[in-house]
Design a binder for this molecule. Structure first.
Ligand code: PHE
Length: 353
């Protein structure tokens, strides 16, 4: 029988070299299999021992077993080494600098006019008012006629109305009614009273339109808040108290108000409501044209003809109505001197709120 030719020294060097050079766990596993697997080189040697003469078998057997242990330990060490290397590399890649300042997320926010509208609604709701809305495209009847503004009355000229061309198919729906972009929120008084019986308290925030040249205090579209309170006995005293309370809460400081005589066809008597100037605390400055007062709204006691237009008996009901400019309110609150800024979309302006 031929004795196998065994060169353990060479085998050891070869295997040791390969193990040391292994780059990853897969490669190492392949090397392990090649020498120590079922059909591995060293396994074959161990199996062939029985074919050796006894004296040689003991000697070679001992050496082969030692080599087996040696390679096992070598592999285990290499596994540790590779795992350590992987750990270091991922730590390097996934390293987080916890001392770095965080990324600032840019969040949107409400437009200053929306903020003022929300605040106004909140204050009036606390006083028992409901928030109601109406259409921006109105008929002539709601915008003018029902509000006691006769066809030939010069009051119609107060508002430079934007009239709409009616498409053919709409003509039949709203008979003989010319459509327009509402010039004020007052038509919603009519809409609401036609559908709801008093006692009632509403405010109506909304966009209105006027055909005007724009300047620092005039825009072609702006926002109003209409107010209406109707009950058996509602007087100017109620109006004054409620408006006083509103201004106080809105500006979060003591505010004086005063009523001046005014004219609106849908209220009688009518008044203009001024508040004490915030810029100079009523002493007089350029903001208030040195009067100490700022005009904030038009108001008055609901005209009997308005009650008649919605089918209510003016002998049974009394009420006050007011309309104030939301833009004006926002300009006072934030000390803004040009209404056009609200509609400019200029982020340098908007980011300040
Ligand atoms: N509608 C009026 C305007 O636009 C304001 C107003 C509302 C006046 C209600 C009196 C009563 O100027």
């Amino acid at each position: 029988m031929k004795t196998p030719n065994i060169d353990l020294k060479n085998l050891k060097n070869k295997a040791k070299n390969e193990i040391e050079k292994a780059e990853d766990l897969k490669e190492l596993n392949d090397i392990f299999k090649r020498y120590l697997g079922k059909r591995g080189e060293l396994t074959q040697v161990l199996r062939s021992l029985e074919r050796l003469p006894k004296a040689k078998r003991v000697k070679v057997g001992k050496e082969a077993n030692e080599l087996k242990n040696f390679l096992r330990i070598k592999c285990e060490q290499k596994v540790k080494e590779i795992k350590e290397k992987i750990k270091k590399e991922t730590a390097k890649i996934e390293w987080i600098d916890i001392t770095r300042p965080g990324k600032k997320l840019v969040l949107g926010h409400l437009h200053p006019l929306s903020q003022v509208k929300n605040k106004t609604e909140e204050i009036f709701q606390l006083m028992g008012f409901s928030v109601v809305e109406g259409p921006e495209v109105e008929t002539e009847w709601y915008n003018f006629d029902a509000l006691n503004i006769p066809k030939d009355h010069p009051a119609r000229d107060i508002w430079d109305t934007l009239w709409l061309k009616e498409p053919e198919n709409q003509k039949s729906k709203i008979k003989n009614q010319k459509l327009l972009l509402r010039t004020h929120t007052s038509p919603v008084q009519i809409r609401y009273m036609k559908k709801n019986n008093p006692p009632l308290r509403i405010i109506v925030p909304g966009r209105v339109f006027r055909h005007e040249a724009t300047d620092a205090s005039h825009e072609i579209n702006f926002y109003q808040i209409e107010g209406l309170m109707v009950d058996k006995k509602v007087t100017v005293v109620n109006f004054k108290a409620i408006i006083q309370e509103f201004f106080q809460k809105f500006f979060e400081k003591p505010i004086k108000i005063r009523l001046r005589p005014g004219f609106f066809p849908f209220t009688e008597p009518s008044f203009e409501v001024d508040m004490s100037c915030l810029a100079c605390k009523g002493k007089g400055c350029s903001v208030c044209s040195h009067t100490g007062w700022l005009e904030m709204m038009g108001a008055g006691m609901v005209h009997p003809n308005v009650f008649k237009a919605v089918g209510l008996n003016p002998k049974n009901w009394q009420g006050f109505a007011f309309g104030m400019g939301l833009d004006r309110l926002a300009m006072m609150k934030y000390k803004i001197n040009d209404i056009r800024l609200f509609y400019s979309g200029d982020l340098r302006f908007l980011h300040q709120f």
